[in-house]
Design a protein around this ligand. Structure first.
Ligand SMILES: Nc1ncnc2c1ncn2[C@@H]1O[C@H](COP(=O)(O)OP(=O)(O)O)[C@@H](O)[C@H]1O
Ligand SMILES: [Mg+2]
Length: 202
């Protein structure tokens, strides 16, 4: 598999027919390996340090079933368990309901990571999968050794508590609203307002 990067976009130049593209994120492309229950997470040239970092984090997390198992890794790839299901972000978009219990399960995964001396960062709804059996798995642990404190997950939980988990909130939320919230969240003005909010409530 060959990946080219162009203006923050990944372009797949060639791919084995035994692979099926199932997702991509900030740093890699993820393919299901046909006739197996494993995925190949491939990092483009220049992102090898993230592959190395994520592999070493997975080694630290082995033994916890809330994360996919890592079977192998190389300079620019990882082989992981395929997690069937839908990311919590797609759940919001498709109207597949999830509950507080699922969020608490994800929190158990982060607590486990913390016990291992890690500092979960880059935690958001696209990195959590709800499986068809109602289980939660946290994928994408590349930024779990970040030293900087990341407030994002706490903020996501507050928004879910104050809006989504309310009885009358519709469980299907259009993409433009979700992206609007994400864009607002990234804006400096909102960050200043959130800082004040954290200050007030902590
Ligand atoms: N083990 C997995 N099983 C099933 N889908 C996965 C798996 N890992 C990643 N994905 C899908 O691929 C997307 C990108 O993967 P992710 O690990 O978050 O990459 P990045 O590090 O680039 O953000 C995820 O949002 C998810 O939809
Ligand atoms: Mg991701």
């Amino acid at each position: 598999m060959k990946i080219k990067t162009e203006k923050h976009k990944f372009i797949i130049e060639s791919m084995s027919p035994a692979l099926k593209l199932i997702g991509s994120g900030r740093s890699a492309v993820v393919c299901k390996m046909e006739e197996t229950d494993k995925v190949l997470k491939v990092f483009p040239t220049g992102y090898e340090h993230i592959a190395r970092e994520e592999a070493s984090v997975y080694q630290q997390l082995k033994g916890c079933s809330l994360f996919p198992k890592m079977y192998a890794f190389g300079t620019n790839y990882l082989v992981l368990d395929y997690i069937p299901g839908v990311t919590l972000y797609d759940c919001l978009m498709k109207g597949i309901p999830f509950t507080k219990k699922h969020i608490q399960e994800a929190d158990q995964a982060f607590a486990y990571a913390k016990q291992q001396g890690l500092n979960p960062a880059d935690v958001h709804l696209r990195n959590i999968i709800l499986t068809p059996t109602g289980m939660v798995k946290v994928i994408d642990v590349a930024r779990f050794r970040q030293t900087k404190h990341d407030q994002q997950w706490e903020d996501i939980k507050r928004i879910l508590d104050s809006v989504y988990f309310k009885k009358y909130t519709p469980k299907k939320i259009p993409r433009f609203i979700l992206e609007g919230i994400a864009a607002l969240y990234k804006s400096r003005l909102t960050q200043r307002w959130l800082d004040r909010w954290h200050h007030r409530t902590n």
